[in-house]
Design a protein around this ligand. Structure first.
Ligand SMILES: CC(C)(COP(=O)(O)OP(=O)(O)OC[C@H]1O[C@@H](n2cnc3c(N)ncnc32)[C@H](O)[C@@H]1OP(=O)(O)O)[C@@H](O)C(=O)NCCC(=O)NCCS
Length: 331
């Protein structure tokens, strides 16, 4: 039997952020920091925090629902749910299982994928392969995080960086006339796992009074080192994915980078010789939402009309691991 590879397109996008806005001034009351320092070093002005009774699966469900409406796909038609997250409701079962029930998408298979801030790009790539192989017609890919549950509110160097939110896409088999995923690049450099991690809670350091007292269940980071590698990895993956597809950086209409820090984005943009109008930025509103960041930005770019038919759109991200990923779309 002849094996075929089908083109895969983004049929719809959606995003959701919790209502509660936490400003830099709010952080001035919690740790020794100030609005000016945070804005100058990170570009972040505010972020969203989920309510106590609002979980990653709830944020994921809201974003997914919007993406399904945008794509015109019903819950019964969803074949697979892939949730990229580092803040799953539980270690197991998967957040995908909770999203399935929330959406009533009972025909879907589903699983979670963890590739930190590159998670959504990894999940899109994995999801697209099921479409390309002809196995599934409608794949729901979600990036969702409740990072407010993982940040150390006593550590001023990390607590100001992160926020909560979710973004989603519906992937479908495309044809000649639809926008589609042109190429993607994934990578991992496991030599630097200690730069950005949650030390405890896994099997290396299970929860104990000692681990809790030592505050090991929160995000820890070597900021300067992370910054340096983030720029290097973003530049390398962006170049590679654009070259693989046979384009030049100049031909890219919009670059949607992981929204961790505007200085990281601008340093990478300078090395890639990007014009200002080629860069999408929303880090000032949401901070770093890890797996959700690129997904939220993609939806906002689409809804606000920054992406037009025929545009080449580059998604690029890096995260703990270090994980890295880039995807080139033709809208
Ligand atoms: C975290 C980050 C903003 C810090 O910026 P920086 O220029 O590297 O700052 P430094 O770490 O050199 O700290 C400079 C000073 O500011 C202080 N500082 C740290 N956080 C602060 C805060 N929130 N408010 C005020 N001062 C702060 C430090 O204690 C240090 O003080 P010292 O000189 O007296 O020791 C930056 O390193 C960064 O963005 N790294 C990448 C983070 C990231 O993207 N992580 C996610 C990847 S997915």
């Amino acid at each position: 039997m002849e094996s075929r590879i089908y083109p895969c397109m983004v049929a719809g996008t959606g995003s959701y952020v919790p209502e509660k806005i936490v400003t830099n001034v709010d952080f001035e009351k919690i740790v020794d920091t100030n609005d000016q320092w945070i804005v100058e070093r990170t570009g972040i002005k505010e972020r969203r925090f989920a309510a106590d009774n609002e979980f990653t699966s709830d944020l994921a469900t809201q974003a997914a629902h919007k993406a399904m409406i945008n794509a015109g796909v019903s819950a019964e038609e969803i074949d697979l749910i892939v949730v990229a997250t580092v803040s799953s409701d539980n270690i197991f079962p998967s957040t995908a299982a909770r999203v399935q029930v929330n959406l009533n998408a009972m025909n879907a298979a589903g699983f979670d994928l963890e590739a930190a801030c590159a998670g959504f790009i990894y999940a899109m790539d994995v999801g697209s392969k099921f479409v390309s192989a002809g196995m599934y017609n409608n794949v729901l890919v979600i990036g969702a995080e409740k990072l407010s549950s993982l940040i150390d509110m006593q550590d001023r160097s990390t607590c100001i960086l992160f926020g909560d939110g979710a973004g989603a896409v519906v992937l479908q088999r495309g044809n000649e006339n639809t926008g589609r995923i042109l190429s993607s690049v994934l990578g991992l450099d496991g030599r630097r796992t200690d730069f950005l991690q949650i030390p405890a809670g896994g099997c290396r350091i299970p929860a104990s009074h000692k681990s809790i007292d030592a505050r090991l269940h929160y995000i820890t980071m070597k900021g300067k080192e992370t910054f340096k590698w983030a720029v290097t990895y973003m530049v390398d993956s962006a170049k590679k994915v654009v070259q693989n597809a046979g384009f030049t950086m100049d031909e890219i209409s919009l670059v949607i980078p992981h929204q961790a820090n505007s200085r990281i984005i601008m340093a990478a943009a300078e090395r890639l010789k990007l014009r200002d109008d080629q860069i999408f930025l929303n880090v000032e509103k949401y901070g770093n939402t890890s797996s959700a960041s690129v997904a939220i930005a993609l939806d906002e770019a689409q809804v606000s009309g920054r992406i037009k038919r025929g545009d080449k759109v580059l998604l690029v991200a890096f995260g703990a691991g270090f994980s890295l990923g880039a995807t080139l779309l033709e809208w």
